[in-house]
Design a protein around this ligand. Structure first.
Ligand code: NAP
Length: 271
């Protein structure tokens, strides 16, 4: 049986892709620092053992493809994977950041069959990581209030899982967005309405944003990198819709309000 290494297998998309492949009867191996098998992007000696016996891999780089050096690491991983017998790589990528584009190209050059899943801002950032605590506290702060075609990770995972199971996705770049643009103001109003509890949005300067991250425990350099990344992401260049979900799956992506209603019923946000 073929086995797929899912890097970031405990993360937001990795977990969902693994669930889908397992449900189809395919063998998966969750690779991360705390996964089934130890896999650490910062320790290349962990890559070979994690890849042993795998014929495909889902590549989600941490902390972020846009960070300095990410493309070199992704290229080295792809080379190790191909040498280990991997013939298919599916990359989770961002939309247009220079580092993400460099990583895409290096992975495409690896010699493996590839699919790139480029993603807009994840809806689940509000419920599974970054801003869940801010929403509980009643105010979300970001260095920009551009309109974003926020994408539901249930759609992204469907696209990524399909890329492992259907050869027609080889060599495709799927740019995945939600079906409409949503400002962060609107997003917080939707969450407020669904939970019956006011969550405000506040646009802050990049310096205030970085200071908030440092106050939350992030080291200075990572806070600065993350602030730079968000200034880049939220400069308006992503305020367009794309049709990756439709092209890959032949159906429309879910609306942000579907995600909000589904998530509100889980109790992750206080009502
Ligand atoms: N968030 C967005 O809106 C967005 C949009 C477009 C693209 N992306 C891309 O999506 C990717 C994933 O980002 P995410 O924020 O959604 O993360 P995530 O997948 O929710 O979580 C990070 C995952 O990576 C693992 N991980 C963390 N550090 C690691 C390390 N040093 N070595 C190996 N595994 C490590 C974590 O597990 P352990 O803690 O067990 O190691 C976890 O499984 C990034 O490359 C980002 O560029 C994100």
């Amino acid at each position: 049986m073929t086995t797929t290494l899912i890097t970031g297998g405990t993360g937001k998309t990795g977990r969902r892709v693994a669930e889908r492949l397992s449900a189809m009867g395919r063998a998966v191996r969750l690779g991360s620092r705390s996964g089934d098998v130890r896999f650490d992007w910062e320790d290349d000696s962990s890559w070979g053992p994690a890849l042993a016996g795998c014929t495909s891999a889902y590549v989600t780089f941490a902390p972020d493809l846009a960070f300095p050096g990410a493309s070199d690491t992704v290229a080295a991983f792809a080379e190790t994977a191909v040498a280990a017998g991997v013939t298919r790589l599916v990359l989770l990528s961002g939309r247009g950041e220079a580092g993400a584009q460099r990583s895409e190209q290096r992975l495409m050059d690896s010699g493996a069959d590839w699919t790139v899943v480029r993603c807009a801002f994840f809806a689940q950032n509000f419920s599974e990581t970054y801003w869940v605590e801010s929403i509980r506290a009643g105010v979300v702060e970001l260095p920009g209030n551009t309109a974003e075609p926020i994408v539901d990770l249930e759609d992204v995972a469907d696209v990524a899982a399909a890329a492992f199971t259907d050869d027609r996705h080889v060599g495709e770049v799927y740019e995945c967005t939600g079906p409409r643009l949503v400002t962060f103001d609107e997003a917080m109003r939707a969450i407020s309405t669904a939970t019956g509890r006011e969550v405000a949005f506040r646009e802050v300067s990049p310096e205030e944003f970085a200071a908030g991250l440092v106050a939350g425990g992030l080291p200075d350099d990572q806070a600065r990198d993350l602030a730079d990344l968000f200034v880049d992401i939220l400069d308006g260049h992503n305020a367009t819709l794309a049709d990756g979900v439709q092209r890959a799956l032949g159906r429309d992506p879910h609306d942000f309000t579907d995600y909000v209603h589904r998530t509100a019923t889980t109790g992750v946000w206080p009502g």
